[in-house]
Design a protein around this ligand. Structure first.
Ligand SMILES: Nc1ncnc2c1ncn2[C@@H]1O[C@H](COP(=O)(O)OP(=O)(O)O)[C@@H](O)[C@H]1O
Ligand SMILES: [Mg+2]
Length: 306
């Protein structure tokens, strides 16, 4: 796949604050690429530099082969960006917003089709203020797609949504990708990054500390699997002889076996061989959250130039 975005040594300061410090990454055409990190990590600044919304940064940035410093207009014609709620007046009607946005772009799509695609046909004459959270979100997506963009930027799109609405939003984001768009999303939710992103960069204190697929990151930085069960058998030291097992901890009848690879299968097999068939055997797979905790110190810090 081609790189649709190439970022080399991007650096952006606000006065003495280094918001983005020598960041490099590529985004491939057709993927959902995520920037994951805590508040203040520099995610928004990064995507705004790419969209030509922030100037006076250094480094080499190409979006669709264009330079955001002097070709920002060309870039903006070919990208879609999710709006913040405050960007639309309460009284504007759904169709008026779409019509307005379509009129502002030379390659405006037939927005009637977008109404249909994003389930807004019945709401075409409803005012923005009367829409539910989910309907607003679908409208923002339809507006971001009205210029038939090649890349869609989504910044904290699920912020403030309840769990059911978040899952709906995830389906919408996948649907954008499935229509052939490249999606660049910013989030501080690890579960969201893990389920949605084809690849992601973990950002902390203005720098990227790792880039890979979610599973690749987990394999590299959080490969430990926990197998948990109960037994009254006092001697289970035979488990420690298993290659895949790293550590066995026993508290009363509760046993925790930490290991890697096929640890679950080999431990289960060994237990059965030793006459134990635990009914509460369960496994905890490592997640992106473990990766994040392993890679970062946690508390956000502000970087200041010397
Ligand atoms: N317009 C601005 N002026 C001054 N400092 C800013 C501005 N925008 C962001 N910052 C600072 O830059 C850092 C990165 O912010 P931001 O890119 O918004 O992070 P994120 O999106 O990851 O939360 C933070 O320390 C923030 O306070
Ligand atoms: Mg932000």
């Amino acid at each position: 796949m081609n790189n649709i975005i190439e970022v080399n040594n991007l650096r952006k300061t606000y006065g003495e604050v280094v918001a983005v410090d020598e960041v490099s990454f590529n985004v491939k055409e057709g993927e959902i690429f995520g920037l994951l990190g805590p508040n203040g990590a520099g995610k928004t600044t990064t995507v705004e530099c790419l969209q030509g919304l922030r100037q006076s940064f250094t480094g080499d940035v190409r979006v669709l082969g264009l330079n955001p410093h002097d070709e920002a207009q060309d870039i903006r014609r070919q990208i879609g960006s999710q709006l913040q709620e405050s960007a639309l007046p309460d009284r504007i009607k759904v169709w008026e917003a779409l019509d307005l946005f379509a009129s502002l772009t030379p390659n405006g799509l037939d927005w009637e089709a977008l109404l249909e695609q994003w389930g807004l046909t019945e709401k075409r004459s409803a005012s923005f203020s009367s829409l539910s959270g989910g309907q607003r979100q679908r409208l923002f997506i339809a507006l971001a797609l009205v210029n038939d963009p090649k890349i869609v930027f989504l910044d904290e799109m699920t912020q403030g949504l309840d769990p059911a609405a978040r899952h709906v939003a995830w389906d919408l984001i996948r649907a954008i990708r499935d229509k052939g768009k490249t999606v660049v999303m910013v989030t501080h939710f690890m579960d969201e990054a893990e389920t949605l992103c084809d690849r992601l960069a973990i950002v902390d204190h203005g720098t990227i500390i790792a880039t890979d697929t979610p599973q690749g990151l987990i394999n590299t930085y959080a490969s430990k699997i926990n197998v948990l069960f109960s037994t009254d058998q006092s001697d289970i030291s035979y488990l420690e002889q298993i290659t895949e097992v790293e550590k066995v901890t026993k508290h009363g009848s509760r046993v925790e076996v930490k290991g890697t690879g096929a640890v679950l299968a080999v431990v289960a097999h060994s237990l059965v061989e030793h006459g134990i068939t635990p009914s509460d055997l369960r496994v905890e797979q490592p997640s992106l959250e473990d990766v994040f905790l392993n890679l970062t110190s946690g508390a956000p810090k502000t970087k200041v130039t010397a």
